[in-house]
Write a protein that binds this ligand. Structure first.
Ligand code: PEP
Length: 239
C-alpha cells in the first residue's frame, strides 16, 4: 500500500496567490499519494493542479443543504474541486464542541456522497493519564461508523488519523511504540489505512513512515512551508 502524506493547513493565512506559489515550489510527487486539506477559500484555486496533488476540505456539515449559516456541504466542497474532507479533527471536537453524534452524521453524508474522508480520533492528555486512550478511541470510532457498512467505508476511500490531542501543535510527537499499539488496536477493529498526526516534522518523518503500522501522516504546522513539505514529498516512500 502507498504511504499517504496529507497537509492540514487549518486556518492558515495564505492568499490564493500564496497557495499557487506554494504549489509551484513543490517537487512533482509523481505517483505518490499527496494531499492538502486547504481552507475553503483556496480549494477552487488549488484543485486540478498539474502536480495532481489532491485538494480537500477540513470540515463539512452532515446535511446536504439547509439553514446552517456559515456551513458547507459535501456537494459544495466537491463542486469547488475538493475530493476529500477531514472529519472530526480534535480542534473541532474540543474548541468548537463537535460531538461524536454530529461526526457520525458527517461520516454518513460523506459515504452517501461518495466523498473520501479522513476521520480524526485521539485522546486528550487527561484521558491518556487516566489510561483511557483505548476506550476513548474505540468510542470515537464506533460512534462515527455507527450504521455504516465497512464495504461502504472502503469504497468511499475512508482513512483514519490517530492524532493524540496532546501531540498536536505541541512539538511533542507520540513515541512510535505508543502509536503502533494504538494503530494495531484500530486496525483490528477496522480494515482501513491509519495515519498518524501530531507534531510530525522533518526529523521524525522517516522514522514514523518506516513503521509498518503507520500508513501515512497528517501534518499541520510543518506542512505550511513549501521547502519542508517538498522535502517530505521527496522522502515519502513510493509504496
Ligand atoms: C493537525 O492539526 O492535524 C496536526 C497534526 O498538527 P501539527 O502537525 O501542527 O501537530
Amino acid at each position: 500500500m502507498k504511504k499517504i502524506l496529507i497537509a492540514n493547513w487549518k486556518m492558515c493565512d495564505k492568499s490564493a496567490l500564496d497557495a499557487l506559489h506554494f504549489l509551484k515550489d513543490l517537487p512533482n510527487p509523481q505517483k505518490k499519494d499527496v494531499r492538502i486539506a486547504a481552507p475553503f477559500t483556496l480549494i477552487r484555486e488549488m484543485a486540478g493542479n498539474s502536480l495532481k496533488i489532491r485538494i480537500g476540505g477540513q470540515n463539512m456539515h452532515s446535511f446536504s443543504e439547509g439553514a446552517f449559516t456559515g456551513e458547507i456541504s459535501a456537494r459544495m466542497l466537491r463542486e469547488a474541486g475538493a475530493d476529500f474532507v477531514i472529519l472530526g479533527h480534535s480542534e473541532r471536537r474540543h474548541l468548537l464542541g463537535e460531538t461524536n453524534e454530529f461526526i457520525q452524521g458527517k461520516v454518513e453524508r460523506a459515504v452517501v456522497e461518495g466523498l473520501s474522508f479522513v476521520l480524526c480520533v485521539g485522546e486528550t492528555l487527561e484521558e491518556k493519564e487516566l489510561e483511557e486512550t483505548f476506550d476513548v478511541i474505540e468510542n470515537q470510532l464506533d460512534s462515527a461508523f455507527d450504521g455504516v457498512l465497512e464495504d461502504q467505508l472502503e469504497s468511499c476511500g475512508a482513512l483514519i488519523a490517530y492524532e493524540p490531542v496532546w501531540a498536536i501543535g505541541s512539538g511533542k510527537s507520540a513515541e512510535i511504540s505508543e502509536i503502533m499499539k494504538v494503530h494495531e488496536f484500530i486496525k483490528k477493529k477496522y480494515d482501513l489505512p491509519v495515519l498518524y498526526g501530531g507534531s510530525v516534522n522533518l526529523e521524525n518523518f522517516q522514522k514514523l513512515l518506516g513503521s509498518r503500522s503507520i500508513d501515512g501522516v497528517l501534518v499541520g504546522g510543518a506542512s505550511l512551508g513549501a521547502a519542508t513539505f517538498g522535502q517530505m514529498i521527496q522522502l515519502l516512500p513510493e509504496g
